[in-house]
Write a protein that binds this ligand. Structure first.
Ligand code: ZN
Ligand code: ZN
Length: 409
């Protein structure tokens, strides 16, 4: 498309009424209809509480529930539709009474062992997805089931169902497409790589790391929480520029069309992620030597858990990040509860005064924070905003940590 064509195309859409929305598009469900959905998640993590409690407390306008394909969760969505707690929108997606937009999605494990997400627009499309999956999984109630279908089958299914396909936590050694399946998607998918438009970075990677690859330059990056419990909802999020809240607008936004786009990604510093560096299970140690590490320098063990950073150094095309022009900025953020000095008491005090956590992280004046929670807390939040907190790296399934003495007042 040339510039004139693109301008004409954009004029067909109203770009004046665009707004900015905060979205976390990867949240699990611990239980629905009183039964377990994601075994490793907290049972308290439930659809209603995510929409009516967690999202507003965090400051999210939009939540993507990746267990919507579970028969228990879809039954709850239908129940909420019947009760008027959710309304299905003509242009896709479900709007709640409090204005939060629910985007239904299914995370599954492909035959190759890779986690993928398909965002689906309507209840009917969830049912269609379930009809396909039904005979290909062991248990239709549970989250992230292994499906007897290839990555390509799932890409095609997603496209037939008007879904948006996304590789989940693409770089993690645990089920990420680049982490455990391939160095080059093009070598596996060939021409079909053109269907890949959206990639989730995962907690252990950021835009600087992902933009060392060449073949993903045209992809939109998402930074989502992959929350398994309420407090982790929104630990990573995206700022999206789009029109009305609905699925069709999300599709345009992730495709970077008609003035819609991802304005910014907000996530944990990659070294806080639990797979950032390689880890030796023999020595029980995270390896901090120059990457890439594929042998433990202490014991020579070759059966290490490859870190996301080490993996990217192996597969990268460029030695330093090369950002395409349209790549949005990536801001390092840490949930308030994980900041040194903020316990439950201080957290509740802050949330009692200010509207939500994202406002506190992004906008509230430091003087105002200081009046409520004191100067030390305000200084810590300032240092987070400036990306100045000290961090020790995670690896092998252990999260990294914010250093206690890292805030310089
Ligand atoms: Zn996953
Ligand atoms: Zn997940």
């Amino acid at each position: 498309m040339n510039t004139i064509e693109r301008l004409n195309n954009e004029l067909e859409y109203d770009t004046k009424s665009l707004t900015s929305l905060f979205a976390d598009l990867h949240i699990h469900i611990g239980s629905a209809k009183g039964k377990a959905v994601k075994i490793t998640a907290s049972r308290q993590l439930q659809l209603r509480t995510i929409i009516y409690h967690d999202a507003p407390r965090k400051g999210l306008d939009m939540v993507g529930i990746v267990d919507s394909g579970s028969t228990l969760v879809s039954a709850e969505i239908e129940e909420m539709l019947a009760d008027g707690d959710l309304v299905e929108l003509e242009k896709g997606g479900f709007i709640a009474r409090n204005g939060v937009l629910l985007i239904s999605a299914c995370e599954v494990e492909s035959r190759e062992g890779v986690h993928i997400i398909s965002y689906l627009p309507t209840m009917q499309r969830i049912r269609d997805w379930q009809a396909y999956i039904k005979s290909r999984v062991h248990n239709t109630r549970l989250s992230t089931q292994k499906v007897d279908a290839s990555i390509l089958d799932l890409i095609m299914l997603s496209s037939q169902l008007d879904g948006i396909f996304c590789f989940a936590h693409a770089f993690t050694p645990h089920k990420g497409v680049y982490g455990m399946w391939t160095d080059k998607l093009a070598s596996k998918l060939g021409e079909d790589i053109r269907h890949i438009k959206v990639l989730e970075l995962g907690l252990s990677a950021d835009t600087d790391m992902a933009d060392m690859l060449e073949e993903t330059r045209g992809c939109t990056f998402l930074s989502n929480s992959d929350a398994h419990s309420s407090p982790n909802v929104g630990r990573e999020y995206n700022l999206l520029r789009m029109g009305e809240k609905n699925f069709q607008e999300l599709r345009l936004c992730l495709a970077n069309k008609n003035g819609r786009r991802v304005l910014a990604n907000y996530g944990m510093h990659p070294s806080l992620g639990k797979y950032h560096r390689s880890f030796c299970p023999g020595c029980d140690k995270i390896i901090t030597d120059e990457p890439p590490i594929s042998l433990c320098p202490l014991c020579g063990n070759s059966k290490i858990v490859m870190g996301v950073f080490d993996r990217i150094v192996v597969i990268r095309d460029y030695d330093s990040p090369r950002h395409p022009n349209e790549r949005p900025p990536y801001y390092y953020r840490i949930p308030l509860k994980d900041l040194p000095g903020i316990g439950p008491k201080t957290y509740n005090k802050l949330l009692g005064v200010f509207p939500n956590e994202i406002e506190l992280i992004e906008k509230i004046l430091l003087e105002d924070i200081s009046m409520v929670a004191g100067g030390t807390i305000a200084a810590t939040i300032r240092d987070m905003r400036l990306g100045r907190l000290g961090i020790s790296a995670g690896g092998g399934g252990k999260y990294g940590k914010v250093k206690k003495d890292s805030s310089n007042q």
